[in-house]
Design a protein around this ligand. Sequence first.
Ligand SMILES: [Zn+2]
Ligand SMILES: [Zn+2]
Length: 282
Amino acid sequence: MGGYYLYVMYGFEHVPNTYVAGYHKYISLPFMTACYWSYYMASATDPGRLNKSTDDVIKERALKRYGFDEILFSDKNWCKTCEIVKPARSKHCSLCNTCCEKMDHHCVWINNCVGLHNYKYFILFLFLHTGICIYGVTIGLLTAQHLIDEQDLWNKTFYTRNGQHFKADIWIVMQYLQNEHEMFAIVVFLCGVVTVMLIGFIGFHSFLIYNDYSTNEFAKRQQLTKFVADRVAFLLKWEKARDDGKAFKPAQKAIDKYNIGKDIQADMSTELLKERVNHAQY
Ligand SMILES: [Zn+2]
Ligand SMILES: [Zn+2]
């Protein structure tokens, strides 16, 4: 909101120019409205809250929605706060103080959990804001080019207050533009920073969607894979010790299931392995 206001206040005075047509002033408004709408929908939609006051029909439906894998999620997981059996893929959010169906994460930007019902709006929010930030940077850079042309900055000599003078180069010209159009430069720079951040988020969530993980499950499975890797190392070592030539199915099954490379072989020392096995909870 503030960023758009600053853009209108300090950027629009340079539009239209040689590179940016006047209609950009007007298409930015519906674009920005769509951004606010996605923000509103992501933050105002019930992500799938579940607690003791939730209707029984909804609780029942939530329990049936996904199967329990008995690794991360079990039907024996009871939330003491919400007094419900936690459905598979749900998680209790300590900030919202309620359980959430297919919990992804609690998002501080939208001040809401991202879960079953608002994940789509959250993704839309990421895409639209990335779009408008890229748009803002593009208009900003084209306007900068216009200002450079207008004042023929590349052929100017720049003087500092104490009389030093410099021939124009990219840094000097950028510094000059930043001094002359401070707020506009800041807002374009911020658009650039936010774009990089948002593209990172989009990349991560594309990976999650492709693998059908939530952020919560991804984090948990990362921990679990370490634990399973220990287990596989143990099983492989045991297999080798037995040396009866039979394929050892549990090890292979775990390798296939968790896609663990065979390079995690039984190369640990027996002492370390014993220690790990004794501490592992399986
Ligand atoms: Zn809960
Ligand atoms: Zn939350």
